[in-house]
Each structure stands twice: as structure tokens, then as C-alpha cells.
Design a protein around this ligand. Structure first.
Ligand code: GLN
Length: 483
């Protein structure tokens, strides 16, 4: 196992390994870890062809891309031309991407090898990967536990060394929460940093693509490649993309805010609380300033997120109607029943719940009571966070209130499941970047992620300080997980 891509690239240059060998190694790992159900499809033939081409390229001395040697998996909601994509749903079973998402296009242009598509909650809705139409994913640290969601397959693929890195999408925590449960690094970039073109939409004002890796260097490198303005996504930003890998040193003393209301919240697991307190102490003993800042909006986060995200989802998912593409019911006889039956049979339970909830909050009699109000809360949250980040470099908090829970433990109670997102939705509601770092574990060795949030487009600073944190003696015990 290589900790960083740079080491792979050095070995490739020295002729100690080839891309073909790397791909074959991962294919073998995927085969022996099939029970984890992390991959929905392995693009073996294509990945091997590409690997051989890249090996020839390096032999011929031709210039090689920045991601040469990177074997990466993509979540099953990211389009890769000519390859199937289903968003973990039966309604898109058998659907083939007609074009590349911009993220994939940019990976390929820098010589990455895409090894397959990973399992996820249906339309990225979920916190445990139990909502996939293609079965649950198992956490490699403990097979009786969930990997988190919705990008559970992408997290496990990196955790269990089934690929070097992966891409996920994060609408309310779907990269950071599984990263935390699986003990890997997961980043949700600033809204607009990475193009959403070719990402199957869940809630468009929240969705962002981001990486899962085992190191900050790799996350920085992948972000250097996939970030930036894209004419196919008008919400993508033209803000300059920094050379994140060249800016990984953080020399000053950081000013860090913590919200006591979060550390005192009821659902916070004792081991997670200890982990965050240890982190705070370690940071302070290294000279960083950690201050308590009042934040009284915690109770509104989940409600605001679920009102707005389901509203957007109900609109985004209207296109799956059994007519344009995707699943069409065999029992349908006329137009109305094509719509009704195709959607009834094609969507899973959680997706239907959310479409109904989203349609309700947008309905004329309730629009002001729910949707408009939630938009106002979103604005208040954004202002509050902006004020905090004017004074502080970072906000520190746990990624999730618990470690990975048991499969089936929360499926009966959606509210209980939604509360798993309590610390992650803030970054999506306010558009700021946030990263989950694998720097703690509970008594049984289950991973605990610590989350760092910073101001918009400050990914450089976020990477640099994360890098620093992973190097602090007491915090780096869990940074390289080898199962
Ligand atoms: N768990 C959250 C949800 O179910 C977040 C999902 C996501 O980020 N895609 O909506």
C-alpha cells in the first residue's frame, strides 16, 4: 500500500512498478473484498487498457499528467461517458452516461485511471448506505457496522485499499461522515469550487464533488485538478485555483473557534467528546489559540437542511418519469400510469419520502411557513458563520456525533438517522469548505473523524493546517489505516 501518490509516481519513474501492475493489484483486492459491496461495477477492461497506454507513455518519455499512477473510483452518481451510472437507484438501472462529468474529464486529462463506480445511497440520500437499491456496504473496520453515507462505497474503497483514492459527493455530509466512519480523509470543497456538471443532482444549491484519500497531499493534488471554472456549470466559481500541493506548510499560530453548544449536545457520544477535547488540548499545547464562541442555532440546522434539500430534490427528481430515460413500469398503460407506476416501482422508500416532503414544503399553502423560512434561516446561518470566520481561521467540531453504528440500528427511525448529519450540514448550508480528518478512535478502535471548517475558497489554508494536525504527535496515530 502506498501512502501517497507521489510515492507511486516515484516508483513508476524508477521502473519499480507499472500502472498495469497497480490496476491488477486493486482488481485483486476488490475481488477478495467483494463482501464489502463497495463497488457496483469494476471497469476492469477499460482500466487495464488505460494502464497499459500510460505505461507505454512513460516508456516513450512523453510528458505525463499530474495524476499519472492514480487509480481512482467514482461514486455512482458521477457521469463517465460510455459507462453505467445509476445513483444507487433502480430507476436508472442500465442507464449509460452520455458524456463525462467535468470532474471525470479533468481526472482523465491528467492521466488518472478510473477503476469503477462505487455503491451509494439512492440519489445520495442517506447517512448509512442502507438506502442503496443494490444492497448495503459494510465498514471494513467492523463488518457489522455501516460505512456511513451516502458515499459509503467510495469511503470503504479507500479504507480497504481497493483503489488509491475516490470521488464522492457531499450535499449534507456525504463525504465527511463516511470518511469519519471509515478512518480516511474526506473533503467537501467550497460550493462552486468543483463543477457539478455531470453529477446527478440531489439538491443543487448544496451538492459538491470532493475526494476521499489517505493523505492531505493526495486530497490537495486531486483538488488542484478537478477545481475551477466550468462553462457547463454556471454556479462554478472563477476564483483562482491555488496550487494546493505547494502551499501545505502552515507556520503561524491558528485561531480556532469551537461552539460549546455542540460539545454539550445530547447525542454526542462520550468517546467522540473525549476525542475532540484531546484534539483541543493538543492544539493548545502546540501554541494554537482555541476559543469558545457562542452558537445558538444548532437546533435549527437539521430542520433547515431537510426542508431545503428535499424541496430541491423534489424538483430535481421530477425528470425521472418513465418517459425520457430510465426505468419504465411494465404495468403502465397510459401516460398517467407511466408516470405513477414507473416512479412508484423505480424509487426506493427514502427517496419517495423526500419527494413527498419536498413537494409539501413547496406547496402553495405552506411555502412561506417552510421553504421561505428555511431560506431565511440559511441566510442567518451564513451571516453568523461569516462573522466567526472574520475573527478565526477555523471552526473545529466532530464530524459526526457517533462512531459507525450497527447496520439496521437506525433504519426504523428517520429522525434518528437525520441527526447523524447534525455537524456536517452547516458547511453545506453556508457554502464553506470542510474536511474530516482521521485523527482519533474510540475504545474499540473504531475511527472518529474531526472536522475543520474554514472560509470560502480557503482550501489552501484548510489543507495546510490539516497537514499540520496530522503531523502532531498525539493526533497522527490513526492517520494511516492499514486493514
Ligand atoms: N445524509 C444526508 C442526507 O441524507 C447527506 C447526504 C449527502 O450529503 N448527499 O441528505
Amino acid at each position: 500500500m502506498y501512502p501517497t501518490l507521489l510515492q507511486i509516481q516515484n516508483d513508476l519513474k524508477a521502473g519499480k512498478v507499472t500502472c498495469e501492475k497497480l490496476v491488477n493489484g486493486y482488481i485483486q483486492n476488490i475481488e477478495t473484498n467483494k463482501h464489502l459491496n463497495a463497488f457496483l461495477e469494476v471497469f476492469s477492461a477499460d482500466a487495464l487498457t488505460q494502464a497499459k497506454n500510460l505505461d507505454k507513455k512513460i516508456e516513450s518519455g512523453a510528458p505525463i499528467g499530474k495524476l499519472h499512477g492514480l487509480v481512482i473510483a467514482i461514486k455512482d452518481n458521477i457521469c463517465y461517458k460510455g459507462h453505467k451510472v445509476s445513483a444507487g437507484s433502480k430507476i436508472l438501472e442500465g442507464f449509460t452516461s452520455l458524456y463525462n462529468s467535468t470532474a471525470v474529464e479533468r481526472l482523465l486529462a491528467e492521466d488518472a485511471i478510473i477503476i469503477g463506480r462505487t455503491n451509494c445511497d439512492e440519489f445520495a440520500m442517506g447517512s448509512s448506505n442502507e438506502n442503496s437499491a443494490y444492497g448495503s456496504v459494510l465498514n471494513a473496520a467492523d463488518n457489522t457496522r455501516v460505512p456511513g453515507g451516502s458515499s459509503g462505497g467510495s469511503a470503504v474503497a479507500v479504507q480497504a485499499n481497493l483503489c488509491h483514492a475516490s470521488l464522492g459527493s457531499d450535499t449534507g455530509g456525504s463525504i465527511r461522515q463516511p470518511a469519519s466512519f471509515c478512518g480516511v480523509v474526506g473533503l467537501k470543497p467550497t460550493y462552486g469550487r468543483v463543477s457539478r456538471y455531470g453529477l446527478i443532482a440531489y439538491a443543487s444549491s448544496f451538492d459538491q464533488i470532493g475526494p476521499f484519500t489517505k493523505s492531505i497531499e493526495d486530497a490537495a493534488l486531486i483538488m488542484e485538478v478537478i477545481s475551477g471554472k466550468d462553462n457547463y456549470d454556471s454556479t462554478s466559481s472563477s476564483e483562482k485555483v491555488n496550487l494546493y500541493t505547494k502551499e501545505l506548510s502552515f507556520e503561524k499560530k491558528a485561531r480556532i473557534a469551537i461552539f460549546p453548544s455542540i460539545l454539550q449536545s445530547k447525542g454526542l457520544h462520550a468517546d467522540v467528546k473525549n476525542a475532540i477535547n484531546d484534539t483541543i488540548n493538543e492544539l493548545k499545547s502546540n501554541g494554537h489559540e482555541v476559543n469558545e464562541v457562542g452558537f445558538d442555532l444548532l437546533d435549527h440546522l437539521i430542520a433547515t437542511y431537510y426542508v431545503l434539500s428535499t424541496a430541491e430534490a423534489s424538483s430535481n427528481l421530477a425528470r425521472y418519469d418513465g418517459v425520457h430515460y430510465g426505468y419504465r413500469s411494465k404495468n403502465a398503460i397510459e401516460m398517467d400510469s407511466v408516470y405513477k407506476k414507473s416512479r412508484t416501482e423505480g424509487f426506493g422508500r427514502e427517496v419517495k419520502n423526500r419527494i413527498i416532503l419536498g413537494t409539501f414544503v413547496l406547496s402553495s399553502g405552506y411555502y412561506d411557513a417552510y421553504y421561505s423560512r428555511a431560506q431565511k434561516v440559511r441566510r442567518i446561518l451564513t451571516e453568523k458563520i461569516r462573522t466567526v470566520l472574520k475573527e478565526y481561521d477555523f471552526i473545529l467540531m466532530p464530524t459526526s456525533p457517533t462512531v459507525a453504528f450497527k447496520i439496521g440500528e437506525k433504519t426504523a427511525d428517520p429522525v434518528e438517522m437525520y441527526l447523524a448529519d447534525i455537524y456536517t450540514v452547516l458547511a453545506n448550508l453556508t457554502g464553506i469548505p470542510a474536511i474530516s480528518l482521521p485523527i482519533a478512535a474510540d475504545k474499540n478502535g473504531l475511527p472518529i473523524g474531526i472536522q475543520l471548517l474554514t472560509d470560502k475558497f480557503e482550501e489552501s489554508k484548510l489543507f495546510a493546517f490539516s497537514h499540520k494536525m496530522l503531523q502532531l504527535n498525539k493526533l497522527n496515530r490513526h492517520s494511516t489505516i492499514n486493514y
